[in-house]
Design a protein around this ligand. Structure first.
Ligand SMILES: NC(=O)c1ccc[n+]([C@@H]2O[C@H](COP(=O)([O-])OP(=O)(O)OC[C@H]3O[C@@H](n4cnc5c(N)ncnc54)[C@H](OP(=O)(O)O)[C@@H]3O)[C@@H](O)[C@H]2O)c1
Length: 216
C-alpha cells in the first residue's frame, strides 16, 4: 500500500483525493496545510487520518506526496520531498522554468524516487486517439492549438487585488495556468519546437493575462 500526503486544501486536491479513493493500492494518510486547523478540517473531508502544518515532519511518515499548492511553491516543496526520499506527484506546471525542472529531475534520479507532473491532458485517451489518427491526415504543415477561458479571478485583478493565479511571486499568469495545456499537447504530438516566438498581453499584476506563441 502506497501511503500519501497531500499539500494544498483547495478543490483540486480534493478531486485528487477522490481519485486516490477509487484507486487500489494507494491511500491518503495525511493532509498538510499552512494552518493546522485547516489541515484537520480538510483531512476529515477527504477521510485521511493525519493532519499537520509541519511539512518536513509529514514527509518522514509517507511514501509519496501530492503537491497541489500555487505554481511558485511546487519546485521547493517537490525538492523537499525528493530529498526526504518521497515520491512526488506535482501539479502542472511542475516548475516555472525548464532549468528548475531539470534540477528536480536530477535530484529525483539521485534519490531514486518518482517525480511525476500532473499534466492531465497529455495522459488523456483523447490525445492518444489523436496521435493514432494523425498519419491519416498526411503531411501536417500547420496546426493551431487554442485554450481560452475568462478566469473568474480576473475580477479580483480588476478590483486591484493580486489573486494567486495572477501573482508574479507565485509563478502566476495565463501561460503557466492554462497556456501549458495547448503547449504540452503540441509538444506531446510533435516534439519540442526548434524555434519559439511569442507575444503576451500584460495585466495589472505584472503577469501575462493572455498570449500567443508561434512554434517552429
Ligand atoms: N490538473 C488540473 O486539472 C488542475 C486544475 C486546477 C489547478 N491545478 C493546479 O493546482 C495548483 C493549485 O491551484 P489552485 O487554484 O487550487 O491554487 P490555490 O487555491 O491558490 O492554492 C492551493 C493551496 O495552496 C495553499 N496556498 C495558497 N496560497 C499560498 C501561498 N501564498 N503560499 C503557500 N501556500 C499557499 C492553500 O492551502 P493552505 O492554505 O491550506 O496551505 C491552498 O489551498 C496550481 O499549480 C494549478 O495549476 C491543476
Amino acid at each position: 500500500m502506497i501511503t500519501l500526503a497531500t499539500i494544498g486544501t483547495s478543490t483540486i486536491t480534493e478531486r485528487f483525493a477522490d481519485a486516490v479513493a477509487q484507486t487500489p493500492g494507494i491511500r491518503v494518510d495525511a493532509a498538510y496545510s499552512r494552518d493546522v486547523a485547516r489541515a484537520r478540517a480538510f483531512a476529515d473531508r477527504i477521510g485521511a487520518p493525519g493532519a499537520s502544518d509541519d511539512l518536513d515532519g509529514l514527509l518522514a511518515t509517507v511514501d509519496a506526496v501530492y503537491v497541489g499548492s500555487p505554481n511558485g511553491l511546487h519546485a521547493e516543496q517537490a525538492r523537499a520531498a525528493i530529498r526526504a526520499g518521497v515520491h512526488v506527484f506535482v501539479e502542472k506546471p511542475a516548475a516555472p522554468t525548464a532549468s528548475e525542472w531539470d534540477g528536480l529531475v536530477a535530484e529525483a534520479r539521485e534519490h531514486d524516487v518518482v517525480l511525476f507532473e500532473g499534466m492531465r491532458n497529455v495522459y488523456d485517451p483523447g490525445l492518444a486517439a489523436l496521435r493514432d489518427l494523425l498519419p491519416e491526415v498526411g503531411v501536417v504543415r500547420r496546426v493551431s492549438f487554442a485554450y481560452c477561458q475568462r478566469s473568474a479571478r480576473y475580477d479580483l485583478v480588476l478590483a486591484g487585488e493580486t489573486p494567486n493565479i495572477f501573482d508574479p511571486a507565485l509563478a502566476g499568469g495565463a501561460l503557466l495556468d492554462l497556456g501549458v495545456y495547448p503547449l504540452s499537447a503540441a509538444v506531446a504530438l510533435f516534439g519540442e519546437p526548434h524555434t519559439v516566438t511569442g507575444l503576451q498581453v500584460p495585466i495589472a499584476t505584472g503577469v501575462d493575462g493572455a498570449g500567443s506563441a508561434l512554434l517552429g
